[in-house]
Design a protein around this ligand. Structure first.
Ligand SMILES: *Cc1c(COP(=O)(O)O)cnc(C)c1O
Length: 397
């Protein structure tokens, strides 16, 4: 056993590409940062980005917004979810997801999680029947994609509309279909820790004319919806424009300018993440006490973070492991910690939602350990950090 120490920084992303910086400087020099501030004949960076994102995902319409959380809230509003209405979501997700549901006055209803870290397709029909919910906000949490054909079969059969939270699956696919393209709406984040980086930002995509028109009005288009080249035809707005409130949350040209360059590189970045993911997976394979998550053949994921389970470990033993890894420079996040810490939290911590009991999920949630894999880590870094985790788990016995 060595006492090798890891030197990488788990929150350090790569720099913004020079080409993107140059474009951002041009936008700043122009002074025209607002998305509708364009010269005659000019589409502007945001509309260009939306067209490019629609083409990338194969969606008919795309809207660029201020954050991933904004996209989720906007999606619920565009589906006209009413206050008090139940909305299903994953018990294993991040706070902005139930937060978006609460932001429209709706009621989060949690569906269980499996050891594969995806939504429990046995629990889903039960929760649909119990709650009478007509909307599922499906979180592809930490990039784990459930069998989307089975999920859509259940939801279509029950008349449940699916909003996909693709914060961790931009660039991923299920059986060749881009993540975000199964449900009626797909939402994405371009926050620094996701797959393309504008600090804050997000997208909403859909093929539905009226949902697209409502989302564009909601985002704060001030009747300038004609400037949305990745939106529906002007007549679609006629039916909804007096009924749809303005809840401003647009993206600006500066962020769009740096995202356009990154979007072009996304597929090669996905390969870079997955190479790192595979090194960690190999490094942790066959470690006694540690359970790796099995991934389906149909799942083309983006390995921007790595999860493993420590099933039925005592809290104190997990805490001690986290501390020992940290002392050797490896930041393990424990999603199961009793108190919400940084981005990790359990569904019981979202106390604005009605308390629910999900004992099988609790056993999984308590076991989830998470490691970020920023692209500033080399493959060798990934080998070192997985060696440290493995050694410390073996030492914990
Ligand atoms: C980051 C994240 C979001 C929200 O994105 P923001 O851009 O930070 O608002 C939503 N869902 C999940 C699972 C996330 O990780």
């Amino acid at each position: 056993m060595s006492d090798e120490v890891f030197k990488g920084n788990f929150t350090q992303q790569e720099p913004i590409p020079e080409e993107a910086i140059a474009r951002a400087v041009e936008v700043m020099r122009s002074g025209r940062l607002h998305r509708y501030n364009t010269l005659p004949g000019e589409k502007g960076e945001v509309a260009e980005l939306e067209e490019e994102f629609a083409a990338y995902t194969g969606a008919k319409y795309a809207l660029a917004v201020a954050s991933g959380g904004y996209a989720l809230g906007c999606a619920l509003r565009a589906l006209e979810v009413k206050p008090g209405e139940p909305v299903l979501t994953n018990a294993f997700t991040l706070a902005p997801v139930p937060g978006a549901i609460a932001s429209v006055g709706a009621r989060p209803v949690f569906v269980g999680v499996t050891e594969g870290l995806v939504i429990d397709l046995d629990d889903l029909p039960v929760k649909i029947a119990e709650s009478g919910a007509k909307v599922l906000m499906l979180s592809h949490m930490r990039g784990h994609i459930v069998d989307m054909d089975a999920l859509m079969y259940i939801c279509n059969g029950a008349g449940v509309a699916v909003i996909e939270d693709c914060a961790h699956t931009m660039g991923a696919h299920w059986d060749g279909v881009p993540s975000g393209r199964h449900g009626v709406i797909g939402c994405y984040s371009t926050q620094t820790y996701k797959h393309i980086n504008s600090g804050e930002g997000g997208f909403l995509i859909t093929d539905d004319d009226e949902i697209a028109a409502r989302a564009i009005m909601l985002s704060g288009s001030y009747m300038l919806y004609g400037k949305h080249t990745a939106g529906p035809a002007p007549e679609v707005y006629e039916a909804i424009k007096y009924q749809t409130p303005n809840v401003s949350g647009r993206m600006d040209h500066l962020r769009a300018a740096i995202l356009r360059v990154q979007l072009r590189n996304l597929d090669s970045q996905v390969e870079n993440w997955n190479a790192r993911y595979r090194v960690v997976e190999e490094g942790l394979r066959d470690t006694p006490g540690l359970t790796l998550t099995l991934r389906s053949q149909q799942e083309h994921y983006v390995g921007s973070s790595f999860q493993f389970l420590l099933m039925d470990w005592l809290d104190e033993k997990i805490e001690a492991l986290v501390a020992r890894c940290l002392a050797r420079g490896v930041e393990l996040k424990w999603f199961g910690a009793p108190e919400p810490v940084a981005f990790t939290s359990r569904y019981e911590s979202w106390r604005y939602a009605k308390p629910q009991s999900l004992p099988d999920s609790d056993r999984v949630l308590r076991a989830i350990m998470d490691v970020r894999l920023p692209l500033t880590f080399s493959l060798e870094d990934c080998a070192i950090l997985s060696r440290i985790i493995r050694e410390e788990i073996l030492r914990a016995g």
